[in-house]
Write a protein that binds this ligand. Structure first.
Ligand code: ZN
Length: 310
């Protein structure tokens, strides 16, 4: 009888050990972390940099995904519901997610990372048939620093216990972005002045052009949701021919066929234009690669542009 009782006690103790072990494993794999969901890859990357080990970040839009046209799936809605904090770009980039983001903001912290950029720094999107403001602010690195600050401030609010860590991680990341900004400026200067023209499928590079001294032209307007016609194609073709532009660029999140048509059109007029390479405009590269980070995507774009046009 005694030994049976001892047996039960041993079993109960064993069970307790198993339960405790499971709990501590849970904490390690992130159930104790702040749950964050971000729309674009660029924003998810900033949230990971600033949040570090204290956040668990889920990004909704992977490589090659066009945010202008993106609709939230049932799975996305679940990921948004599970988050304590949601980050999105705003300025109507995620045009088809406006309603769902608005709905979520009644029950959790929802931050548009562009909201802290001074409004006088924003470009109008109306002249290219788009939204009130051009949403592609991440291509001016100093604008994106405002986004990193907005992420920091929201994380501090959501999880004040780690405020000091978030502030320190943000400071380290902001220093890297400041270096990147100077690096881009310097690299673009290596393109001869007359060749500093960036021709792409859609108008994603307006802030980039203004910040770093390039003229930018896109076949499609600010949003890929806008239509473009034969007139846009022939105008851009003639611009390439008249200005002896030697390279145009395709984008990872926009089909390349329109740019190919323009190149063929220029060839018929006796002017050879090449595809200078693929740029990451509205989505980053594959996860686990350099281009799968914000800093890496900017570097990739700048190297591609400089190599093709210098
Ligand atoms: Zn875009």
């Amino acid at each position: 009888m005694r030994s049976i009782q001892r047996g039960f006690i041993t079993l109960a103790a064993l069970a307790l050990v198993v339960v405790l072990a499971a709990c501590s494993r849970d904490a390690e794999t992130g159930s104790g972390k702040l749950q964050v969901t971000a729309t674009t890859g660029m924003i998810a990357d900033v949230a990971r940099e600033v949040g570090g080990a204290y956040v668990d970040v889920t990004g909704l839009m992977g490589p090659g995904v066009d945010p202008h046209l993106y609709k939230a799936s049932q799975g996305d809605i679940r990921k948004l519901e599970q988050a304590k904090v949601i980050f999105y770009n705003g300025l109507h980039l995620e045009g088809k997610m406006t309603d769902i983001l608005e709905k979520m903001s009644s029950s959790k912290l929802v931050t548009a990372v562009t909201e802290s950029i001074p409004v006088e720094e924003l470009h109008s999107g109306k002249d290219t048939g788009g939204t009130e403001y051009d949403p592609h602010v991440w291509f001016n690195v100093s604008h994106w620093m405002h986004a990193a600050e907005a992420v920091r401030d929201t994380l501090v609010k959501a999880d004040p216990d780690h405020a000091e860590e978030y502030k320190a991680q943000a400071e380290a990341y902001l220093a890297k972005l400041e270096e990147l900004d100077a690096e881009v400026r310097e690299r673009i200067l290596q393109i001869p002045e007359g060749s500093r023209v960036l021709v792409t499928a859609h108008d994603a590079f307006g802030y980039f052009g203004q910040a770093y001294g390039m003229k930018v032209m896109g076949l499609q307007g600010i949003s890929t949701a806008a239509e473009y016609g034969a007139k846009d194609v022939s105008e851009l073709r003639d611009y390439l021919v008249d200005n002896h532009i030697k390279a145009v660029f395709v984008e990872s999140s926009v089909p390349a066929k329109a740019m190919e048509a323009i190149i063929a059109g220029a060839a018929q007029k006796g002017h050879t234009v090449s595809i200078g390479g693929e740029l990451f405009s509205d989505a980053m590269g594959a996860e686990g690669t350099e281009e799968g980070t914000y800093i890496g995507m900017i570097r990739h774009n700048v190297e591609t542009i400089v190599e093709a046009l210098k």
